[in-house]
Design a protein around this ligand. Structure first.
Ligand code: AHR
Length: 501
């Protein structure tokens, strides 16, 4: 039996709501069709945004949305996406399928989408193929409230008032698709570009995001920070609020990543073991950051994470459309538990991507829409947003798996918000349930206010447009309170949440 000991009297910090963020790129059917169908579509929409999708996103309390890429961001020229739609430039989306990008979704549309969802804005600028002036003018266009060429242009295009940009990414993956730069070169470019990301509002500071490492490229983290800090006294955070980290869970090789729906138990464990590796990545990059920023003023922004499988058979390889099974639910649950428990450093994260691309929370087909198992995990975990992480320790957990692919039987995180304690648990075993006893420091006569489970009949279970609710949250009843302890049996391959006060 496993034992989880919770000290509900000791908070370890606030879980930033933005850990539950999302990413939307001009890629495949994420923006076009997935989120935006245009004002003249037969699909119900408000100002072009799909009503069904926006409603489903509101149910998971999306805190922040990143746009326009990804690799697309370093080829995006924002002025192509403003003004009269008929006159907007058409470009080729070289990264993603070579399709025509008509720029009908641009800055105004992104701001409108975020308004409808009710989330913060994370705009990613172009360092790879853009200029300092272009980036600086974009920031002026979006956020300057006084009189200037860019604010006048914005007003001419229908928005008198400036918008709020909460986060601004100065380039994306500049070690790769964003310009193939060395860390030293990028860091010097970062210094220059970010200088002109002006703070026009006294009340609201744009948080600047510096391009961080690819997976376990610790040299990138070290050399970028060294270059950024070398003219600043120790302890003075220079020019950046967050450093990004990108890590995708790919069970196979980049050439043959593995199927999203057809996998055996070994591939199940391989995938989950790779998802668990996120903890090592967060800890090691954070240790390097500690050298430069011991007070942890700079956050880690894991603004691309999730499963990356082969595309669904018969779909455009450049569109990255994949199904989403119970395995994706486990990857989401494991990853979000890791972020919660490292909320001292992880301040932002974006699952890739929001709709129809990679590990999406929503899939669409014409006018049809479904919520994926990953959506259900975001729904289940939403109570952690803005909550206090509680001190806890999990014992009696063995490793399980196949061959070299070993994972812990259980992972967890615990938080408290508005007097309710939320405990989220993942059982990583493909076949064995696990007994768990939970005790608290003081809480003995507890009231269980909600208990939910996400599981399937098989590991490969997923939702289809014919059966959209096959994998969905259900009430969890395999628990009892005995001698002031909460006892439960957590089924194999499941994610459980239990909320007590
Ligand atoms: O999410 C798909 C792509 O993955 C993004 O465009 C890029 O940043 C990353 O390599």
């Amino acid at each position: 039996m496993a034992r989880l000991v919770i000290n509900e009297t000791k908070s370890l910090g606030t879980i930033a709501p933005e850990i539950y963020g999302h990413f939307s790129e001009h890629l495949g059917r994420c923006i076009y069709e997935g989120l935006y169908v245009g004002e003249n579509s037969d699909i119900p929409n408000v100002n072009g945004m799909r009503t069904d999708v926006v409603e489903a996103l509101k149910e998971i309390d999306v805190p922040v949305l990143r746009w326009p890429g990804g690799c697309f961001a370093d080829e995006y020229h924002w002025k192509d996406g403003i003004g009269d739609k008929a006159g907007r430039k058409k470009m080729v989306n070289t990264h993603w399928g070579g399709v025509t990008e008509d720029n009908s979704f641009g800055t105004h549309e992104f701001m409108e989408l975020c308004r409808q969802i009710g989330c913060k804005t994370y705009v990613n600028g172009n360092v790879g193929s853009g200029t300092v002036r272009e980036m600086s003018e974009w920031v002026e266009y979006m956020t300057f409230g006084g009189q200037s060429p860019m604010s006048e242009l914005r007003e001419k295009n229908g928005s008198k008032e400036p918008w709020t940009v909460d986060y601004f990414g100065v380039g994306n993956e500049n070690w790769g698709c964003g310009g193939n730069m060395t860390p030293e070169y990028y860091a010097n470019e970062y210094r220059r570009y970010q200088t002109y990301v002006r703070q026009y509002s006294d009340d609201h500071k744009i948080q600047k995001i510096c391009c961080g490492p690819n997976v376990d490229d610790y040299g990138w983290t070290e050399n970028v920070l060294k270059t950024l800090y070398n003219r600043y006294p120790q302890g003075q955070p220079p020019m950046l609020d967050l450093l990004s980290l990108h890590y995708y869970t790919v069970p196979g090789s980049w050439k043959d990543k593995g199927s999203a729906t057809e996998f055996d138990e070994e591939e199940w464990y391989k995938t989950l073991a790779k998802a668990c590796w996120m903890e090592t990545l967060v800890e090691r990059h954070s240790t390097i950051m500690d050298k430069y920023d011991p007070e942890k003023k700079i956050g880690l922004s894991v603004d691309e994470w999730g499963d990356w499988f082969n595309v669904e058979p018969g779909t455009n390889p450049g569109f990255l459309y994949q199904q989403n099974t119970v395995r994706d639910a486990l990857v989401a649950g494991i990853t979000l538990n890791i972020f919660n428990r490292h909320c001292d450093r992880v301040k932002l994260a974006c699952v890739a991507q929001m709709v129809n691309v990679l590990q999406s929370v929503i899939l669409t087909d014409g006018e049809k829409m479904l919520r994926t198992p990953t959506w259900h995990i975001f729904r289940m975990y939403r109570h952690h947003q803005g909550a206090q992480l509680l001190e806890s320790s999990l014992g009696g957990v063995e490793n399980t798996g196949m061959g070299e692919w070993q994972v812990p039987e259980l992972t967890h995180s615990v938080s408290e918000r508005d007097g309710v304690i939320t405990i989220t648990l993942c059982n990583l075993s493909a076949e064995a349930s696990k007994n768990l006893e939970i005790s608290f420091a003081d809480l003995k006569a507890m009231d269980v206010v909600e208990a939910q489970i996400l599981a399937g009949d098989t590991l490969q279970d997923h939702n289809t447009f014919e059966e959209p609710d096959r994998v969905a949250l259900k009430e969890f009843d395999a628990w009892c309170v005995e001698d002031g302890k909460l006892c439960m049996d957590i089924p194999a391959a499941s994610v459980v949440s239990i909320r007590v006060k």
